[in-house]
Ligand binder design. Structure first.
Ligand SMILES: Nc1ncnc2c1ncn2[C@@H]1O[C@H](COP(=O)(O)OP(=O)(O)OP(=O)(O)O)[C@@H](O)[C@H]1O
Ligand SMILES: [Mg+2]
Length: 498
């Protein structure tokens, strides 16, 4: 029995067809993956089901009945809930207040009743969360649980999760999967969007693959290997990461970090006495469970966070005390970790691409728009960005926003490239592409700092690997002596070696 049926859904944005006669059906009690490259149309299809977009043609049936969904109100009335990647929570309110927000027909809220019903739902589905906690004190993983609770509180029987694991650390992913299994055991149905093939093959029953806005088909998960899935998703052959290119002849030390300490946003120690050297033509991998200071390290190294002690010396020049702009002009390039912070959504692709180096495009205070557009066209081709120079950033798919950021930073040829979680949320082809770009930076002689939670990625790319734990570097290994077990032990804080 299909709880949802979408038939021949077509959606245009201007002249671009984001969904082209897509068929999709969801069975009761299944977890159904939507898989496809960045920009394939996954989010668009689910936004139509949730009433955030209106299809140009095609129909939706819920439990066998044709329905019109014009807004989330209609989809909620049809027991459909969606958790997007950017949560719509109110930080200064409690969990319970957020959950019942907009879903009460009473004038005066009955907080006690709300709290106990939220606590009941939380217990039932293993969504460990205190209804009285303030949302602003919660981690990303906990906030996601609140969003799921909100959907369940509205009696969702269909739950749409758009890249829910992109923001989670591995342990949180396990917890989420436990919850999803409980939900489907209870007869709910889940749409799961992810780029991670191992997650998709681990948790889903069926997979629908989108490519360029069209459905390639729906398959049973158990019939498919990773290679088969990747081949279905990707048009051209994927880039193959090859780390064995040009051995760099003479490597010299480029970045020297001495006794670096810094505080986090709460004023607590985030970096403790960090000593690191990065050489020309080297990728230094930083491994670690997220939240152990990696984010603050990246910020301190590009001057957006002040250090409390220590020294950052790039090519003989001390950078401490300089502004973020001076860090950039001295040769520090950071690919921002939070994509939405790194771009200005209301500006166009070409404006965003020029953003950090406007001086290149201005003459006596006037901007040369022709040059900005030409620059953008070149980068769009080089970095295979699926967009036009004049498109507003907010209309791009997640992966294409990441490519814009990458293009902007790398096109300035920084001496040091800081890449925190650079492939998060990218499809297989795009992730390989980004990795290849990092290798090319290394091969042209830059020093690359690759911060990643993905051990396979760290091991595949790095020349040396440093492990962070509780704000400290607990070990630095040569890639040749590193393996997942050894790194895992260091990451857990169980051992220390230098
Ligand atoms: N509001 C919008 N206005 C204009 N174009 C849009 C809008 N939303 C999406 N698009 C375009 O529709 C296409 C499909 O985008 P969509 O976000 O559905 O892709 P996706 O499969 O979710 O990709 P990703 O994996 O990167 O999130 C993209 O080319 C995107 O630029
Ligand atoms: Mg998307």
């Amino acid at each position: 029995m299909n709880v949802v049926e979408m038939n021949a859904i077509t959606k245009y944005f201007g002249e671009m067809v984001a969904n082209d006669h897509v068929d999709f059906d969801l069975r009761k009690g299944e977890i159904h993956a939507l898989l496809g490259e960045n920009g394939a149309g996954k989010t668009t299809l689910m936004r139509i089901l949730y009433g955030l977009y209106k299809q140009d043609s095609g129909g939706v049936q819920i439990n066998g009945k044709a329905v019109q969904i014009n807004s989330p109100k209609d989809s909620i009335a049809n027991n459909i809930g969606m958790v997007t990647q950017h949560f719509a929570l109110v930080p200064p309110m409690t969990v319970a207040e957020n959950v019942i927000l907009g879903h009460t027909n009473r004038f005066v809220l009955d907080y006690d009743a709300a709290e106990s019903s939220v606590a009941d739902a939380a217990r039932k589905y293993g969504l460990d969360i205190n209804p009285r906690a303030m949302v602003r004190h919660l981690s990303v993983g906990q906030r996601q649980r609140v969003e799921i609770l909100k959907a369940l509180y509205r009696n969702s029987r269909v739950l749409i999760l758009d890249e829910p694991t992109a923001v989670l650390i591995p342990q949180e992913v396990d917890v989420l999967f436990e919850t999803l299994r409980k939900l489907v055991d209870d007869g709910l149905s889940v749409v799961f969007i992810s780029h991670k093939l191992d997650e998709v093959t681990n948790i889903t029953n069926r997979i629908t693959i989108l490519r360029d806005g069209k459905s390639i088909g729906t398959v049973d998960t158990c019939d498919m290997s990773h290679n088969q899935l990747a081949a279905l998703m990707i048009r051209q052959a994927s880039f193959h990461v090859n780390n064995k290119i040009a051995e760099i002849k003479k490597s010299r030390s480029l970045l020297n970090i001495k006794s670096l300490s810094a505080l986090d946003d709460q004023g607590l120690p985030a970096l403790r006495d960090i000593n690191l050297t990065v050489h020309t033509g080297e990728i230094l991998g930083i491994a670690g469970v997220s939240g152990n200071g990696q984010k603050q390290l990246a910020e301190t190294l590009c001057g957006v966070r002040n250090c409390t002690e220590g020294e950052i010396k790039l090519d003989g020049i001390t950078l401490n005390g300089k502004t973020a702009g001076e860090f950039t002009t001295s040769g520090m390039g950071r690919i921002p970790e939070d994509r939405l912070e790194g771009v200005v959504g209301e500006l166009t692709v070409q404006e965003n691409l020029a953003l950090e180096h406007l001086y290149q495009f201005s003459n006596k205070g006037f901007l040369n728009h022709k040059a900005i557009q030409k620059h953008a066209n070149e980068l769009i081709v080089q970095y295979q960005i699926k967009a036009r120079p004049g498109d507003r950033i907010r209309t791009l798919s997640g992966g294409n926003v990441q490519k814009v950021l990458l293009a902007r930073v790398l096109s300035t040829q920084p001496k040091i490239v800081i890449a925190p979680q650079p492939t998060r949320g990218l499809d297989v082809g795009a992730a390989d592409y980004v990795r290849q770009q990092l290798l090319e930076q290394r091969n042209r002689g830059a020093g690359v700092i690759l911060i990643s939670e993905d051990l396979d990625e760290i091991l595949a790319l790095s020349d040396r690997i440093a492990v962070m734990y509780e704000g400290k570097i607990v070990g630095v290994l040569d890639a040749s002596e590193a393996n997942p077990e050894r790194l895992g032990l260091l990451m857990s804080g169980a051992v220390k070696e230098m």
